[in-house]
Write a protein that binds this ligand. Sequence first.
Ligand code: ADP
Length: 480
Amino acid sequence: MKATGSALRAALAALVLLGAVPALMFLLLIMAGDLHLHAGLIGIAISAAAALLLAVLLSRDVAALTALMRAQRSDQGDPIEPIALFTPGLRRLGHEVVRLMRTERRRRAQLERIAAADRSLLDRLPDPLFLLDSSRFVVWCNPSAEAAFGSETASLLRHPLLRAALAEAESSALPVRASLSLASPLARDLDAVVVKVGAPDDPVRLFLWLADRSRERGLERMRADFVANASHELRTPLASLIGFIDTLRGPAADDPEAQHRFLGIMAEQAARMQAVIGDLLSLSRIEMTEHQPPETILFLPPVLERVAAAMEPMLTGNQSRLLTRIAEDLPRVTADAEQLAQLFSNLLDNAIKYGGKGGTIQLDARLVTDDSRFESPGIMVSVADDGPGIARQHLPRLTERFYRVDKGRSRAVGGTGLGLAIVKHVVARHRGRLLIDSIEGEGTTFSVWLPLARGQSIKPIVQSNETMLPQSQMKVARKG
Ligand code: ADP
């Protein structure tokens, strides 16, 4: 209705503008007597009719152009069709307007695509990212930020170091960096970078990018602890050796009995240093190859039997006995025989050392096909003792270098504190799993799961502890 009214007004205005001048001229000619009244009236009528036709065409074309532009403003994505205009000058204008609109729509679509790509990049960024305004209100954050901080965001933004960095970034054109340590909800070390975005006159917008450095810092701490521990492990026996050398040179120079005793202790301390250095070298060799899985296809039973046989003197010394239950036709694994021998030797050595005098140790090897803890069939080798067991709180830390439940006992039995660290790294290199179960007062079981070599057929011989092989198919050895 409104559109019709304004079109009518435009048509009337065009009619007046186009028709008024010729009509006035005809009138003046009639009044001056230069034109006959009838001829003048006919002229006025013809020019009025022509003006009316032109006004109608003009107002229709203008209305069509206006409608086209209005449709473009509310852009519903409809195709921009060329419009038919009748007024000669406007036809060209209409043509140009349609081209301009199509170009503008293409550009806008392109900008939207770029913006969507930018947004999806920020959304997929693994590091948390926040966009903040001048009052530190989170205008936007990516899913990583939501996942990492969620409801903790407010307390994160209150961290004094972060607040200082945000304040500094507000008045700086350069990125501002800060390193923070969060204590809760979980201990984290973060690197923060704050960048002010937008033109200087725009409202303040700050991008806050956070990178979790907990792992790197943890590794740095571990490395520093390791160096400190390793030097401590060597320094103690070395100090004792130096002390005895001084005693042998001085007060005990003429005391053969004391000399004999001291040399015995010195030999023990030297052996201890040798054991620590040997384990440190093994550990570093294993770590160097850890990213490179072994390639040899190995039949495990002979390796286990060799390791078990080598334990005999130690078993005898400790009056312990070893029972082995190794399924005979186990499928092969891809393994490094020497490293696996060291692994099982460390586990058996611990079981004898910590299992107590006269204990029984059970070495089992079986095929595991249907255990949901493992992604594929594999071989499970377990070493179980009936010793005093290990308190629950120690279990997660047992494989740390130099971690011992009872330092004195470990040293007394010749432990270096590196045996289980070696076990962990060998298992990792073999893409296996290490499981530790212990019940205080009942004993400890270390189980190593190793994936089968590719292409090994699975003949489920022994599937679980409950469904053991019939005795005839099993090799039962009793030692010690
Ligand atoms: P160590 O050289 O001291 O034996 P390991 O890394 O082999 O070092 O073992 C770490 C600690 O785990 C040992 O000091 C001991 O306290 C504990 N441990 C290992 N195996 C057993 C076991 N079978 N029974 C009880 N404690 C064990």
